[in-house]
Write a protein that binds this ligand. Structure first.
Ligand code: GLN
Length: 281
């Protein structure tokens, strides 16, 4: 069967099961055949060999059961970095690029700021910041050794050497250290939220998604603990749920952060909060 015939055939089969069937099959075919988008067009008439056909069929079947494309190909692009992802890491989301943008807006270009990313997962946020701010000293923490292995692989494959990865729960791996900026995309979904039973999220690690009965457990822990790890005037930037802006803002104000500001994602939901530790004296 030619590659283009396969795309049509598998796309039709997957259509009732995935809203992005054609694009899904194309992504899987590019992965199995080692082609980019242009190659997919050029090599469309080529016959698939039996091994490629077997691999593609297996992946299309897994996609039909709902597995995310990123886990099937093991890759996801974030901030123009091609990243490895596994079922032990959250799949980086486009809206999290806003977190990177807002952090970059604060980190001076040539100054060696101390920056930490809490709960780094695949390393997406830390590596994007490292790529844009070579002068920074970056630490990325995660409680999951499996996630840290993926993050370290990603740093290595992009030749990024100025991120140190440490195992630990939120701020636990930063004992006695203070930073100019702390950033995190923590878990923030409530227990029992129906969102957990739909789409890609079903296959992602619960530890990266769930945050107690109000969805704020991780944010609360970070917001209260971060003061002790910020230099005077240092920034804390967090991603949060689409309906949590007010609660998180109140938490920040109560914890004593200054200059609190919320930022909207592409869908118009307040999704990121920034606040800073007061300057001493
Ligand atoms: N934004 C993700 C979702 O709602 C959740 C990511 C997170 O909890 N940090 O699918």
């Amino acid at each position: 069967m030619s590659l283009s015939e396969y795309l049509t055939h598998a796309g039709t089969e997957l259509a009732p099961l995935s809203p992005s069937a054609r694009a899904d099959v194309e992504a899987l075919a590019m992965h199995v055949c080692g082609l980019d988008r242009a190659g997919l067009v050029t090599h469309g008439p080529d016959t698939l060999n039996p091994e490629q056909l077997r691999q593609l069929d297996a992946l299309v079947r897994r996609r039909a059961r709902g597995e995310p494309i990123a886990y099937l190909t093991g890759r996801r692009e974030f901030w123009s970095l091609d990243l490895k992802v596994t079922a032990q890491t959250l799949i980086p989301r486009p809206e999290t690029e806003l977190l990177v943008e807002l952090a970059l807006a604060r980190i001076p270009a040539q100054t060696p700021w101390d920056v930490a990313d809490l709960g780094t997962g695949s390393g997406a946020v830390a590596l994007a910041l490292a790529r844009e701010r070579p002068a920074c000293r970056l630490i990325a923490t995660d409680v999951s050794p499996a996630a840290l292995t993926v993050a370290r692989d990603n740093a290595r494959s992009h030749g990024i050497v100025h991120v140190t990865f440490r195992e630990g729960h939120w701020l636990a791996a930063l004992a006695g250290e203070r930073f100019d900026l702390l950033v995190s995309n923590p878990p923030y979904i409530r227990d029992g939220d129906p969102h957990l039973d739909a789409g890609d999220v079903r296959f992602e690690p619960g530890i990266a998604l769930r945050a107690g009965t109000d969805g704020l457990a991780a944010i609360r822990e970070i917001a209260t603990g971060a003061q002790d790890h910020l230099k005077p005037g240092g920034w804390l930037l967090l991603e949060h749920g689409y309906d949590q802006a007010q609660a998180v803002r109140e938490m920040f104000v109560l914890a004593g952060y200054h200059d609190c500001a919320s930022y909207l994602d592409f869908a118009g939901h307040a999704r990121i909060i920034a606040g800073r530790r007061a300057e001493d004296g």
